[in-house]
Design a protein around this ligand. Structure first.
Ligand SMILES: Cc1cc2nc3c(=O)[nH]c(=O)nc-3n(C[C@H](O)[C@H](O)[C@H](O)COP(=O)(O)OP(=O)(O)OC[C@H]3O[C@@H](n4cnc5c(N)ncnc54)[C@H](O)[C@@H]3O)c2cc1C
Length: 416
């Protein structure tokens, strides 16, 4: 029988089931014991030392860093017709152990897909082997700036909504100036994909370009690790570009970078929902165990109907998220026209429903739910982060309506 909140085994092929089993062993033998032994670590340790290197080394050994990398470089061969579904299954499983670790790894997969699709061959020849050679190697995707993040997600194609970060042609390449914030893996990545305006007179969709920028490029400075409420084993960072120069051949997409980034955004939403789901499954599993052990009123509390009903609600929500996730992932993989709207739907639905599942977990654990050493409070914190990743709930909902009613919804309202 399939577990609560998991994509059914019959929907997966042999390779995907094997990958899930391998991943499950990594989570149960490495990640969950580490998290349980180190409840305070995510708060007490400096960002650079927070996650011991063995955790990513073991992920490497389980083949979990290789997703998205072409097999000619030693990546994991994943059927392109089921790639998003594979991402969903693996990301949910890792997040069952820890959401931040799942963020860290899945960010690498997404950037690998983007490079696989957009980077010229010589850049792939250079960076994929370097990435695979070092289990600690991280990549980041730099879109968000202090101003206008939601405008980009919507995406308003007006010059006023353009990126504040700019790139200008200089003698042998490009000069980038600007600031990016809230970037997953931003604090400790070795390689960044950076979006910048290259034509201020054009709309955002026609005047934004993307660049590959190695961390040691002069003019790139990581200025901050953001201390977040959840997902704390992923170091979210802020990066400043000041006269940062990259050669001409580090241009990934010219002018239509946001359109070309669809290969990153759609699996991206699937991954956000999947990580959410993994947190919810962990919260449910812990709660199911607790209510069958904890005694009040002379009986284990699952025998009290109010408790049982809450548990049923949690399970139903997780099954609903898993079903929509599967449908959205299949739509992406089979390039269905409704894929984008389903991606937004599942991202929003997962973020709201899993947050409620985690609230129920907290309620059913009584006072234990508030205790750091028990770990249930962590699920609520971790789940809360997903309301805003890859677009806020409201902005993503608006995108759903725009997709459903393109003629009447979603025109840019203009500057105040
Ligand atoms: C943990 C984490 C990881 C992240 N990782 C990355 C990353 O790797 N790369 C990256 O580029 N970004 C990343 N982000 C940034 C994320 O995409 C943005 O935070 C998100 O898009 C929201 O942008 P904002 O924070 O500027 O909020 P704002 O855009 O300022 O939104 C504030 C509020 O205003 C509402 N709002 C905004 N515009 C409208 C409108 N037109 N109509 C109605 N309501 C509106 C929003 O819904 C929200 O409620 C990350 C964020 C978090 C929290």
């Amino acid at each position: 029988m399939d577990r609560i909140g998991e994509i059914p085994g019959v929907a997966l092929d042999e390779v995907q089931r094997l990958m899930r089993d391998t991943c499950r062993r990594y989570v149960d033998e490495v990640v969950r014991p580490f998290v349980a032994r180190n409840r305070e670590r995510e708060w007490l340790f400096e960002p650079a030392a927070r996650l011991p290197p063995e955790i990513l080394e073991q992920a490497e050994a389980a083949g979990l860093r290789h997703l998205g990398v072409p097999d000619r470089y030693g990546g994991v061969t994943v059927d392109p017709l089921t790639e998003s579904l594979t991402f969903a299954v693996i990301a949910a499983e890792i997040a069952r152990g820890d959401a931040g670790i799942s963020d860290k790894l899945s960010q690498n997969w997404k950037v690998s897909v983007l490079l696989r699709e957009l980077a010229p061959k010589h850049l792939q020849d250079e960076w994929f082997p370097r990435y695979l050679a070092d289990p600690q190697f991280l990549m980041a995707h730099c879109l968000t700036e202090p101003r206008g993040a939601s405008d980009r997600w919507l995406s308003y194609n007006a010059p006023e909504a353009a990126m504040q970060t700019r790139a200008e042609r200089v003698d042998a390449g490009w000069r980038i100036d600007g600031r990016k914030q809230f970037i997953s893996n931003g604090y400790d990545a070795q390689l960044y994909v950076v979006y910048a305006s290259t034509d201020r007179s054009a709309g955002m969709l026609d005047g934004t370009s993307s660049f590959l920028v190695p961390r040691d490029t002069p003019g790139l400075q990581v200025t901050k690790c953001n201390e977040t409420i959840g997902g704390r084993y992923m170091n979210n960072g802020e990066i400043v570009f000041d006269d940062c120069r990259v050669p001409e051949d580090h241009l990934l997409a010219h002018q239509d970078a946001l359109g070309k980034a669809g290969v990153y955004f759609r699996p991206g939403k699937i991954l956000q929902a999947a990580k959410n789901l993994g947190i919810g499954v962990a919260a449910f599993d812990d709660t199911a165990r607790f209510v069958q052990e904890r005694v009040q009123g002379g009986r284990v509390i699952i025998k009290h109907q109010a408790v049982a009903v809450r548990l049923a609600t949690m399970a139903t929500k997780l099954e609903a998220v898993a079903s929509l996730l599967q449908r959205a992932a299949v739509a992406v993989d089979t390039r269905k026209p409704e894929a984008s709207r389903l991606c937004d739907m599942v991202k929003v639905f997962a973020s709201q429903e899993v947050l409620r599942v985690c609230e129920e977990a907290l309620e059913l654990h009584g006072g234990y739910g508030a205790m750091l050493e028990v770990g249930v409070e962590k699920y609520l914190r971790d789940a809360s982060v997903y309301l805003h990743m890859d677009g806020t709930t409201d902005v993503s909902s608006f995108k759903i309506v725009k997709a459903l009613f393109p003629e009447t919804a979603g025109a840019y309202a203009g500057p105040e």
